[in-house]
Design a protein around this ligand. Structure first.
Ligand SMILES: C[S@@+](CC[C@H](N)C(=O)[O-])C[C@H]1O[C@@H](n2cnc3c(N)ncnc32)[C@H](O)[C@@H]1O
Length: 305
């Protein structure tokens, strides 16, 4: 969705931009191409390999500065750079990158056997294997159900704990995929996805606290952006998309109201952001070229002036 991201961020000569999820720099490069000699991009990523790639690019382009940080800390990072309230667009392209998925030793993919790690930053936090070894059956079930919407959550959690009791901790991606496949036996007739897809997604989101990061990152953007500045978010998960949509509409609290209470929309206090245009999905040709894009959702909002 590169064209749509660029259109949404509307980079202009002399503008200032924050790419929260550098990855391998596709979005950063597209922005750098459009901002002239006076424009600036601040790129962040929590993955040291992504940061190494960003620093390589920054060596040949002084308009780019690079910070190894989680975007949950965007408020502090941007303030330290002296850019608070002065940024023209913030980009967030959520989830994992293709290089992360493609390296068996990172432990993100059930397609390649490797250590069950799944941390975007291997220097911080607990690996997926450690989490599975230390968590109760109930906690594993809760995560698979809430973040993976996995109907077989209880049976999968029970199978993982049964392995532990037998003295074989679930330490590799291949082992976890096999356990899930034995319990779930195929994704059902309506889906061609691997039966372990939802389990891997849920555990990855949990060990990286992806929803917590998203909530903190979004909450800080109104102070980061200049009035009229844009927030551009691509999510890959329905729960993430709901969080983004609510934040952009400024109605995060609406769900806490009793169901039948009549809510007069004009009386709701306006949020700091105003959604721009409709949410967009990738084109059919993009999904054909990159099947991972099939669940992508692009949303854009503007900081109120
Ligand atoms: C889908 S990729 C981004 C691809 C990028 N737009 C490009 O053009 O190459 C997602 C990236 O976001 C990073 N990431 C995910 N959550 C993050 C967080 N909370 N803070 C910082 N980086 C994060 C991942 O490490 C990964 O490199």
């Amino acid at each position: 969705m590169l064209d749509e991201v660029v259109e949404a961020a509307a980079p202009r000569p002399g503008g200032r931009y924050v790419d929260c999820t550098f990855g391998r720099g596709g979005h950063t490069r597209a922005v750098l191409d459009r901002i002239g000699p006076e424009g600036r991009v601040l790129a962040m990523d929590r993955d040291p390999q992504a940061i190494a790639a960003a620093r390589d690019l920054a060596r040949s382009d002084p308009r780019l500065s690079v910070v190894h940080a989680r975007f949950g800390a965007i408020g502090e990072v941007v303030a330290a750079a002296g850019l608070a309230g002065r940024v023209d667009a913030v980009l967030m392209d959520l989830g994992v990158s293709s290089p992360q998925l493609g390296q068996p030793e990172r432990g993100f993919s059930f397609l390649n056997d490797g250590p069950l790690d799944m941390r975007m930053d291997q220097g911080a936090g607990m690996s997926a294997a450690t989490w599975l070894a230390r968590s109760s059956e109930r906690e594993i079930e809760r995560v698979l159900r809430s973040l993976g919407e996995e109907r077989a959550a209880r049976r999968i959690a029970r199978a993982v704990v049964a392995e532990r009791i037998r003295g074989t901790p679930v330490a590799t991606t291949g082992r976890l995929a096999a356990i899930v496949a034995a319990v779930v036996r195929g994704g059902g007739p309506r889906t061609r996805a691997h039966p372990a897809t939802r389990t891997f997604q849920a555990i990855r989101m949990h060990v990286n606290d992806e929803l917590g990061e998203l909530e903190r990152g979004l909450a800080a953007t109104p102070e980061v952006l200049a009035p009229g500045g844009r927030l551009v978010v691509i999510s890959f998960h329905s729960i993430e998309d709901r969080v983004v949509k609510r934040f952009m509409r400024g109605d995060g609290a609406a769900d806490t109201l009793p169901r039948r209470l009549p809510v007069v929309h004009t009386s709701r206090p306006a949020g700091a952001m105003a959604p721009l245009a409709r949410a967009r999905r990738p084109r059919a040709d993009e999904v054909a070229a990159n099947p991972r894009a099939r669940s992508a959702m692009l949303r854009v909002a503007e900081r109120r002036r």
